[in-house]
Design a protein around this ligand. Structure first.
Ligand code: GLN
Length: 539
């Protein structure tokens, strides 16, 4: 029977609940247990797929095609466990489901209410699709006290009663601020947050205290006394210099030990922190660095390209380098500024994106990378733009474009096919924007003797997609005749998945998002190779 660990947050948001959950998952896993991590999000969107990156940061995509919260990316990167559709639930999804059932008359005439109907559905989800796991860690989004989180908190309270208090553990993460004026660490916000939690019937078993500086014993004792947890279960987490230090720091503070102690079980194996120590050391101490220019629409926003930023860092780790990201806003990038803005970069990356705004700057930058033999990686939209640039400037199709920007006779990128997955046509004709993309893991076959097949060292790969448009396969011969090779195709040969340039040291575009599968302990080969090529270019 799986043991459940619920992680809630208090006082303020952005305390690092996701990172704490992910680190705990790694530690339990390293001790020999099978772990699963889930995110319960209180917002009303059915999934984050339709939310702008300005609102919610990146949309993370799972192998099975769910558009999820970016925390699932943290989970995957730290635990190495691939997340599934069933690992992210939102209030919107729950209500959608309950209302559908109500319309079908499944509640047999009863009044449908938050308790028990919504809470029951949440509990069903928590238990759903769990089989051999020893631990299921469920992070509850938001902060205790938010109106939206209430049904989730009520559901986990009920769950713990029904499933057994000894099989469920509540962890509460709070802020313990330092007041400069009085030179003191303050425990009151934590006390209030726990009081709020207890008023809904949840007594935390472990309190993780996020703090700028070490919490003195006296203050820990205070938290223990007022919040009704033993002193060993007051775990401090002092700001780390790099996120890769988090598993090391939580282990040092005995978080994993206390969790096992709560469930009265022993570790099966000794925790292995060596890989984290190695990369922490590397990230903090290496003096080698390489400048990579990332040109996108949301570069100002910290979390908009979370997985991409991480994957580039991983590429650096694989090459013993620090990757210095130079973020360039595509909206204001005038073609005549390209040379000046890109003069210090050793590699150029154009990430995924949507809409026409900012595309001319991107296309001009691609032209520059192509002509000046600067390593270039185009991801999804970035590959589509590389194809358009090549069509315009090498194939002389002057009006080459994507049908995403309006109807055109020269759509080298377009809605080409009603592509099929598992025998079903996936793209409907309805007007809904949510869930109408090619999503999740798809296979691609790599052409022999190409750069991409060397990089992957394989002829078949599986990568995650999130897009509506495709490069038009009918132009294949035309492109290849001028030196742009379609080096990866879908198994039915209908969808171009990868392009590369013959006469260029490193110019690759991929229709998928390799960044979703890169992990600090297993950097993605495309990013390792891209950074290596950029480094070579910078010497
Ligand atoms: N806007 C493009 C499409 O929908 C690319 C999407 C992306 O880069 N993720 O096909």
């Amino acid at each position: 029977m799986a043991r459940y660990i619920f992680v809630t947050g208090g006082v303020v948001s952005s305390l690092g609940k996701g990172l704490s959950s992910a680190s705990l998952a790694y530690l339990l896993q390293s001790r020999g247990y099978k772990v699963r991590i889930r995110k319960l999000d209180p917002y009303l969107n059915v999934d984050p797929g339709t939310m702008s990156p300005f609102q919610h940061g990146e949309v993370f995509v799972t192998d099975d095609g769910a558009e999820t919260d970016l925390d699932l990316g943290h989970y995957e990167r730290f635990s190495g466990i691939s997340a599934k559709k069933t690992d992210n639930i939102t209030t919107g999804k729950i209500y959608n489901d309950v209302l559908k059932r109500e319309r079908q008359g499944k509640y047999l005439g009863k009044t449908v209410q938050v308790i028990p109907h919504i809470t029951n559905r949440i509990k069903e989800f928590i238990k759903n699709d769990v089989s051999k796991e020893d631990f299921v860690i469920c992070e509850i989004g938001g902060t205790v006290g938010d109106i939206e989180s209430l049904p989730f908190l009520e559901a986990i309270r009920q769950f713990s009663n029904e499933y057994g208090r000894t099989n469920t553990l509540f962890i509460h993460l709070t802020l313990v601020p330092y007041m400069k004026a009085s030179d003191e660490i303050k425990t009151k916000p934590t006390q209030h947050s726990v009081k709020e939690l207890r008023s809904i019937g949840i007594q935390p078993d472990i309190i993780i205290c996020r703090s700028e500086r070490t919490i003195p014993l006296n203050q820990r004792k205070k938290i223990s006394l007022f919040c009704n947890v033993s002193i060993e279960d007051v775990i401090e987490t002092v700001d780390v210099k790099t996120i890769y230090e988090a598993p090391i720091s939580f282990n040092k503070e005995k978080l994993d030990e206390r969790v096992l102690n709560y469930f009265k079980i022993k570790s099966k194996k000794k925790v292995n922190l060596k890989p984290w120590k190695r990369i922490t050391n590397l990230v903090l101490n290496t003096n080698n660095k390489v400048n990579i220019g990332v040109i996108g629409k949301y570069v100002e926003l910290k979390d908009a390209y979370k997985s991409l930023d991480e994957a580039l860092t991983h590429g650096g780790i694989a090459n013993n380098l620090k990757v210095n990201l130079i973020r360039i806003e595509s909206d204001n990038l005038k073609p005549n500024q390209i040379k000046e803005k890109l003069k210090n970069v050793a590699g150029i990356l154009i990430p995924g994106g949507f809409g026409k705004r900012g595309t001319e700057g991107k296309i001009a930058a691609i032209s520059y990378a192509r002509k000046n033999k600067i390593p270039f990686l185009g991801i999804c939209f970035g590959m589509q733009m590389a194809v358009i640039e090549f069509a315009r400037n090498k194939l002389k199709i002057k009006n080459a474009t994507s049908s995403e920007f309006g109807n055109s006779k020269a759509s080298v990128v377009g809605l080409m096919s009603e592509w099929i997955k598992d025998g079903k046509i996936m793209r409907g004709t309805d007007k809904n924007l949510g869930g109408t993309m090619r999503l999740g893991s798809y296979e691609a076959r790599l052409k022999k003797d190409t750069k991409i097949s060397q990089i992957y060292n394989s002829s078949k790969i599986k990568e995650r997609h999130r897009h509506r448009y495709e490069v038009n396969i009918n132009y294949k011969n035309h492109f290849e005749g001028k030196g742009m090779i379609f080096s990866g195709l879908s198994p039915d040969n209908k969808l171009p998945e990868i392009i590369e340039l013959k006469d260029h040291p490193w110019f690759i575009g991929v229709q998928f998002h390799p960044e979703f599968k890169s992990r600090p302990l297993a950097p993605h080969p495309l990013f390792s190779s891209f950074i290596k090529a950029a480094k070579k270019n910078s010497i």
